[in-house]
Design a protein around this ligand. Structure first.
Ligand code: ZN
Ligand code: ZN
Length: 285
């Protein structure tokens, strides 16, 4: 998507979320508070001429184009409102964003990308994770396999799961997870002292694979996220905690795990990512 299309998408989406519109300041504040755009009040440089953040000016500028196209109403007094045509355009842009692999030119955030999908997709992603855990446990070959040399650059996105009804869901490959667990010595990466139990083979400690950058963001980053560099070995307790735990605890877990993987993860993404972005992705800001 072009940057202009992305701005339109974010602005129309925000208006729709606010029930059709609102005062200019309220709309921009909503985009800022929800962290929908990479530039925001915290990281943008001050635009000297109008004594306002550049990103805010950019959206005001696009607003004029949206009005010209009939996607937003003309009304004055700083009231920004979406039109019926605008709502149709929004649906078209949402579909485009869902199905276009993102990558480097994205200015809307991962949090925004997650908003585009219905809750059902989140459930399917969680089910896929459970299927992976089951696949590792039911397979005869649970023993740690010798890890082949790890390719570190980005790789094209993988195979779609058969259950991609509400948007693309990617299949998880047991061999990537197995390699990741083996690499951690089948110990919990939060703390190797965490207790687990022996698998059926009587030799390997049971651990669960967790994709630090969620697989649901595959199309956002435009690369395969099912890579052993992105998979963390966790005991059942830590795994459940990272998905369902209290915000402060999850934040602590992520910070710790991410610190150890930052470079490898940036390498497979083909771009750098910071821990704050991960906090947003996990909704623990
Ligand atoms: Zn997980
Ligand atoms: Zn643990």
């Amino acid at each position: 998507m072009t940057q202009k299309e992305q701005k339109w998408l974010v602005l129309l989406f925000a208006l729709n979320e606010l029930g059709g519109g609102g005062q200019r300041s309220r709309v921009l504040q909503h985009i800022n508070d929800c962290a929908y755009w990479h530039k925001n009040d915290q990281n943008d440089t001050l635009c000297r001429t109008r004594n306002e953040m550049v990103w805010r000016n950019d959206f005001s500028f696009e607003r004029q184009h949206l009005v010209a196209h009939g996607y937003m109403k003309t009304g004055g007094q700083g009231n920004w409102e979406i039109t019926e045509t605008g709502k149709r355009q929004l649906s078209a842009l949402v579909e485009q964003a869902k199905h276009e692999a993102g990558g480097e030119n994205l200015c809307y955030t991962a949090v925004f990308f997650q908003k585009l999908f219905p809750v059902q997709k989140t459930w399917i992603e969680l089910e896929e994770d459970q299927l992976l855990i089951a696949a590792l446990s039911l397979s005869e070959n649970t023993a740690a396999i010798a890890s082949s040399p790890v390719r570190s650059g980005p790789r094209p996105v993988g195979m779609l799961s058969s259950r991609s009804l509400n948007g693309p869901v990617y299949a998880r490959a047991p061999k990537e997870a197995r390699a990741a667990l083996a690499r951690a010595g089948n110990l919990c990466e939060v703390d190797p002292a965490h207790q687990s139990f022996l698998r059926r083979d009587g030799r390997t400690m049971y651990m669960e694979p967790h994709h630090l950058i969620p697989m649901a963001l595959t199309d956002y980053f435009g690369v395969d996220l099912d890579r052993e560099q992105n998979i963390i070995s966790l005991c059942s307790n830590c795994h459940n905690q990272i998905h369902y735990g209290a915000k402060a605890d999850v934040k602590r877990l992520i910070a710790r795990l991410f610190l150890a993987r930052e470079q490898e993860i940036s390498a497979i993404l083909g771009r750098s990512i910071c821990v704050e972005e991960l906090y947003q992705i996990y909704k623990v800001c």
